[in-house]
Design a protein around this ligand. Structure first.
Ligand SMILES: [Zn+2]
Ligand SMILES: [Zn+2]
Length: 285
């Protein structure tokens, strides 16, 4: 089995361990191309992002790891960058030093006092946003999430789109909405059309599955089928916050992807993102 993974959170943000521990697990589990993607510093008071004063330390430590393992594993310096329209996004100038980035929407709207509504916060916060910002309309809240995602894709086009349907994280077994609802499918399909007009790669993210929050990866199988039909490139990531999560649910997800019909995934090389053949046994480098 050979894999890649470009979505790792270490102790610089909300991950648990030092970067070296993740590399050790990666090597022991067949990872052949690897990247760190701590939450980029943002101008909000949140505890899960790199502190602005640690930005340079992060770059230096990952660079040192890159050199330490240069003979055995290509390691790339990335970040998972939030999109706050008018404030910050994946293409903000301070992120040009990175080898790559993942653009993710964790905030879809603001409360009356300006506080941002985190869509993958607690269920209590999820409901508070729906009730206070969208007058109790789940549909309006979810549509706002996808509208923000389209805004990101169109106006701050990321190399990689993180967990594109993370709005389902708190949805359990359709607690708030059904993915079969016409309005939901319309919002998703409209977003896919926007993605298809760019070079953005959609990540298949297994975190919801191994954290037992979702039955399927982000995005759901029916969305994956559309991605394939629309020729939108994908990659497989685990969004690890602990070394043991580095290849979390990769084998079952590879089976799912191959059964849907995917034959290749994107990996990072010295020449940027490139497609590689992909089977149930992983990636052929
Ligand atoms: Zn994220
Ligand atoms: Zn992440």
């Amino acid at each position: 089995m050979s894999w890649s993974n470009y979505h790792q959170h270490c102790y610089y943000c909300d991950g648990t361990n030092k970067p070296d521990d993740y590399v050790q697990t990666a090597l022991a589990n067949g990872i052949r191309s690897f990247g760190f993607s701590s939450h980029a510093p943002i101008p909000l008071d949140v505890k899960w992002c790199i502190k602005p004063e640690k930005f340079d330390n992060y770059l230096a430590e990952i660079k040192a790891i890159q050199q330490k393992y240069a003979e055995v594993l290509p390691i790339y310096i990335g970040m998972e960058i939030d999109f706050l329209p008018g404030l910050i996004g994946p293409n903000s100038p301070q992120f040009k030093v990175l080898d790559y980035h993942i653009g993710s929407v964790h905030f879809a709207a603001q409360f009356e006092d300006g506080e941002y509504w985190g869509i993958d916060d607690t269920r209590k916060m999820y409901e508070r946003g729906i009730n206070e910002i969208f007058e109790g309309s789940v549909q309006k809240a979810v549509e706002a999430y996808y509208a923000t995602t389209r805004n990101l894709i169109e106006n701050d086009t990321p190399q990689v789109l993180g967990h594109m349907d993370k709005i389902k994280m708190n949805n359990g077994d359709s607690i708030y909405f059904s993915e079969k609802a016409r309005w939901y499918q319309t919002a998703v399909l409209q977003t896919l059309e926007t993605i298809a007009a760019t070079n953005t790669i959609v990540e298949v993210n297994t975190r919801g599955v191994y954290k037992k929050k979702t039955a399927y990866p982000y995005p759901s199988p029916w969305i994956l089928k559309h991605l394939l039909d629309m020729d939108i490139p994908i990659m497989l990531n685990s969004d690890a916050h602990h070394p043991r999560e580095v290849t979390g649910h990769f084998e079952t997800t590879a089976e799912l992807l191959v059964d849907i019909g995917f034959k290749e995934v994107q990996v990072h090389t010295r020449h940027g993102w490139q497609a590689r053949p992909f089977t149930k046994k992983g990636i052929q480098f």
